[in-house]
Ligand binder design. Structure first.
Ligand SMILES: Nc1nc2c(c(=O)[nH]1)N[C@H]1C(S)=C(S)[C@@H](COP(=O)(O)O)O[C@H]1N2
Ligand SMILES: [Mo]
Length: 312
């Protein structure tokens, strides 16, 4: 079974869940008390999300604390340090809404879609995913999101659409890192069509029951749980259906180090980081990294017959 129903969840997991739900209640009180304006440190302007389906749970592991998920980030548009995004994104990246995503390329109905049309309670689900960075740290994140396929289908991709490209907002005033030659801006990513349409692939609009904070890629970002974190592009403004494998930021940066596929694979080392083990944020001991980040049952068939050392 791809997604487990609530009845399949073991009592120990429910304990984890109620712990974090308590924490969530605590946080929303804090945010409410701050009148949604100034906010607690690192929690500026998150709003509660309600009405989404909560039956879809995946990772058995306990979710990483909200504080770590929202203060230990990679979002180079706000600097390269782990604490830069939580420090600078709430300050510069505003206003965030209104937000529109343009969908173009090989599809019958190109057009735009607004944030409100994506973050609809009827479309949203909670998905607890393992999240693994190529730098060999990992977290467990209770995302709220919409399966990307649900959105893409509306634009009726044609038979020529073999890949999907994603582009982050380019606005150096709101994303000051884009004034610096750190990367070839705007940040770009891509997936093969079957990966984009896979039911695990999520367009996330929140986590821990709240809208995404700026540092996590507000108002919407991709989440591809079987791939290294850098595939999960933040603050997306453009989605393009294309016929050939699109250029991506990190592959352009260093093709030896970052392949297009970027599947979590303990047997293929990055030139800088061994991928055999990882440090779960909050843990003391390292743990073994799982093939496809533990989602092999769901996704291994997508790569049947491919040499994953060549297509890394
Ligand atoms: N636009 C954009 N998206 C991005 C990045 C970035 O620098 N810019 N960093 C990526 C990397 S390397 C990782 S590990 C994840 C981190 O997501 P998180 O900070 O929400 O954990 O975002 C990815 N998406
Ligand atoms: Mo990463």
């Amino acid at each position: 079974m791809l997604l487990r129903q609530a009845s399949d969840i073991r009592p120990s997991e429910i304990t984890d869940r109620s712990l974090y739900l308590d924490r969530r209640r605590f946080l929303s009180v804090g945010i409410g008390a701050a009148a949604g304006l100034v906010g607690l440190a690192g929690t500026a302007r998150a709003a509660a999300l309600t009405g989404y389906r909560k039956t879809m749970v995946l990772a058995k592991d306990a979710p990483t604390p909200f504080k770590d998920i929202t203060t230990y980030n990679n979002f180079y548009e706000f600097g390269t340090g782990k604490s830069d995004p939580s420090r600078y994104a709430p300050k510069y990246f505003k206003p965030i809404l209104p937000w529109t995503v343009t969908v173009e390329g090989e599809c019958a109905k190109p057009g735009t879609i607004g944030y409100e049309d994506i973050a609809k309670p009827a479309l949203m689900e909670e998905r607890i995913y393992r999240h693994r960075c190529v730098e060999a740290w990992s977290m467990v994140i209770p995302w709220i999101g919409v399966p990307l396929a649900t959105i893409l289908k509306r634009f009726e991709p044609t038979a020529k659409a073999k890949f999907v490209q994603f582009v982050t907002l380019m606005d150096p005033k709101r994303m000051p890192g884009e004034m610096m030659p750190i990367l070839d801006w705007p940040y770009r990513e891509g997936l093969r069509m079957d990966e984009a349409m896979h039911p695990l692939t999520l367009l996330a609009v929140g986590l821990y029951g709240q809208t995404l904070l700026p540092q996590n890629g507000a108002p919407l970002r991709l989440v591809v749980p079987w791939k290294y974190g850098f595939k999960s592009i933040k603050s997306i403004v453009k989605i393009r259906f294309v016929e050939t494998q699109p250029k991506t930021t990190w592959t352009t940066e260093d093709p030896q180090e970052y392949g297009f596929y970027s599947n979590v694979n303990p047997h293929v080392s990055n030139t800088r980081w061994s991928q055999e083990t990882e440090r779960r944020i909050g843990d003391f001991f390292r743990r073994k990294t799982l093939m496809f980040n533990g989602y092999g049952d769901q996704v291994a068939h997508l790569y049947a017959g491919m040499d994953l050392r060549k297509y890394f």
